[in-house]
Design a protein around this ligand. Structure first.
Ligand code: TLP
Length: 348
């Protein structure tokens, strides 16, 4: 049975060119900052994000946590979107490990936070209050169906935060999807933010890794926190080499994933029991609701070779990536249609 894995773009496998680069990577001890391949990836990352410096980390989760640890002190409060990955999917690490309170501001269906609401969330100086010391944004926005924040969306929130002297961190796990969708350089999207991280392990198809970028001083501090978390990784050039190939060869092709996601969304939109607005699908993520038991629906689809991810409640997610062709999308749509029809009929 052909399996189409739409659970996430994290399932992408390294390309042959990545494997070759990994085998041939020049290495050194990165804790001593002596791995030339890691250094090269970090300087490429900093340049692409328009920041002074970058730090290679094992995951997006660690990069976001490092940003919180570096910008904040225990007992501080940070503002995050109500649908953000940092709030939903990072095991509460910001609170458990960095000791900060997460204050959520609603994300609209386009993944945006209204600047006035962000301002309303900023704590004034008061003996009773924890100080607000970070505002975090997400682009593209995972739970908001891969919504893309424009430069203006990002700038509007950053202007509010900066007016209060609060730095902005951008969770840009999929910032290159946003850049490709908008046709602007990723650095433009990152410019309003004081720190930004992105992943090479998602649509860009590298096996592991994320890059946290910011000023030289910020990265020096984050490097120390990374060591404390056990994220000092020695001869990690073998992995960074794949990240370099990812940045060199995998960005432009993301447009293909976006076209496939749109094809998928348009196909799903007309099906019985499924609800979604295809207009919301701007990159490679399709979130929809199933009017019955979403987990049971997901299980039946998986048995038929279509894997998707559960997002809580009645929400399911499908993500397109390098391992999924337009033909796979059509075949997946055929199967979903059959299953949806069958289940809707059975319910009557
Ligand atoms: N997201 C994963 C899951 O955790 C949901 C996925 O499959 O999409 N920021 C954003 C916006 C993300 O989507 C993710 C991963 C991360 C951070 C964390 O990256 P990793 O998985 O490298 O820790």
């Amino acid at each position: 049975m052909r399996v189409t894995d739409l659970r996430s773009d994290t399932v992408t496998l390294p390309t042959d060119e990545m494997r070759r680069a990994m085998a041939e990577a020049e290495c050194g001890d990165d804790v001593w900052e002596e791995d030339p391949t890691v250094k090269r990836l970090e300087s490429m990352a900093a340049e692409r994000m328009g920041k002074e410096a970058a730090l290679f980390t094992p995951s997006g989760t660690m990069s976001n946590l490092l940003a919180v640890l570096t910008w904040c002190r225990r007992g501080d409060e940070i503002i995050v979107g109500s649908e953000s990955h940092m709030f939903w999917n990072e095991v509460g690490g910001a609170s458990a490990l960095a000791g900060v309170v997460l204050r959520t501001v609603p994300n609209d269906r386009y993944g945006r936070m209204e600047p006035g609401e962000v301002e309303g969330g900023v704590r004034t100086d008061n003996i009773h209050y924890p100080p607000t010391t970070l505002v975090a944004l997400e682009n593209t926005h995972n739970r908001c169906s891969g919504a893309v924040l424009t430069v203006e969306d990002t700038q509007a929130v950053a202007d509010v935060a900066h007016r209060y002297g609060i730095p902005v961190h951008l969770d840009g796990a999929r910032i290159f999807n946003a850049a490709v969708a908008l046709g602007v350089p990723a650095a433009d999207l990152a410019r309003p933010a004081d720190s930004v991280c992105f992943c090479v392990s998602k649509g860009l198809s590298a096996p592991i890794g994320s890059l946290l970028c910011g000023s030289r001083d910020f990265i020096t501090k984050a490097r120390k926190w990374r060591k404390m978390l056990g994220g000092g990784m020695r001869q990690v050039g073998v992995i960074a080499a794949a990240g370099i190939v990812a940045l060199d060869t995998m960005v432009d092709r993301l447009a293909e994933d976006h076209a496939n996601a749109r094809r998928l969304a348009l196909g799903l939109a007309g099906m019985p029991g499924i609800q979604l607005d295809p207009e919301l699908v701007q990159s490679n993520i399709v979130v929809f609701t199933w009017r019955g038991d979403a987990q049971a629906f997901l299980r039946v689809l998986a048995e038929r070779g279509v894997k998707c991810a559960f997002m809580g409640g009645q929400k399911l997610r499908m993500v397109t990536h390098r391992g999924v062709t337009a033909g796979d999308v059509d075949e997946a749509l055929r199967i979903v249609q059959q299953v949806a029809k069958g289940q809707v009929k059975a319910a009557h």
